[in-house]
Design a protein around this ligand. Sequence first.
Ligand SMILES: O=C(CCCl)NNC1=[NH+]CCN1
Length: 339
Amino acid sequence: DQGEVSATPQLFDVEYLAPVQIGTPPQTLNLNFDTGSSDLWVFSSETPQQSRGGQKIFEIEKSSSAQRLANNTWAISYGDGSRSSGNVYLDVVSVGGVNVFNQAVESATSVSSSFISDAASSGLLGLAFDKLNTVKPSKQKTFITNALESLELGVFTANLKKSEPGNYNFGFIDETEFTGPLNYVDVDSSDGFWAFQATGYSVEGASGNGTGSPVVPIAHNAIADTGTTLLLLPAGINQAYYRQVKGAKEDPQAGGWTVPCKADLPDLTLHIGSYKAVIPGELILFAPIDTDDIKTAKTCFGGMQSSAGMPFAIYGDVFFKAQFTVFDVENGKLAFAPK
Ligand SMILES: O=C(CCCl)NNC1=[NH+]CCN1
């Protein structure tokens, strides 16, 4: 079996939502596919009215196949401080035609403010390793773990795009979505994340001779996380990069590095083993912070920010807009390729 779903960016590409069918008859909800967590949770008929902000909800009582997983609850908190919690049901879940029966569908009875105010997202679909699932006392499996035996190939892939829909594929690798060979890297899933080692970086034009700076070996542990918007890297990489940008500054008031919206940003190359992952400069220009009108905005937030204080760097959506990525569940590997 195999399937493909569109991944539609919300305003300023802050997140990407994909349609998921839940229950009988199927109810379609748009969920945030998150390789940085392992719970599938939804706004539902159990979510208090005061905690809803217009989201489409999963109407549990309308699904003839929903079964309460008695005496089990879940509670999750994310890297950005957002949180949610609730009860657990088992039901049929389909993504792009890939069906999983008895998938744990976690119903939210409490959600934090950033979820309430995000009307477009009806919840998250976790694609990290089962170890991170928060259901207690019986930890549940992710959609991809449950789907694995039915997939042609034990993989899923991410192909996100700047300001236009991309896609997630399950069970196959679409060679038309990338160029050149796939570059496989080892994954350490011992903490439940898609974690890998990056070996360094270089900045185009840094040395002025056009071939870009020499590779600076700031090796760092990183996770591949579609649930995080930006590219969060060691402070040293941020400093070396933004010092090349006239008018860039690290502004605690803004929450990090800002650049003039008209800046011509250099490309950033992330070295992962022998693979050079090029992040085009225009992807490092992010949302305007002084007005909502990008045409007149003067100051923009940087698409790369510091991971200082975190146990690892986070390769978020900015990275996946530049690099086609294979999450090889079967072999516990990641693979990257330019698009
Ligand atoms: O929570 C994280 C970071 C893991 Cl270290 N990523 N996933 C996510 N989902 C919603 C916000 N962020």
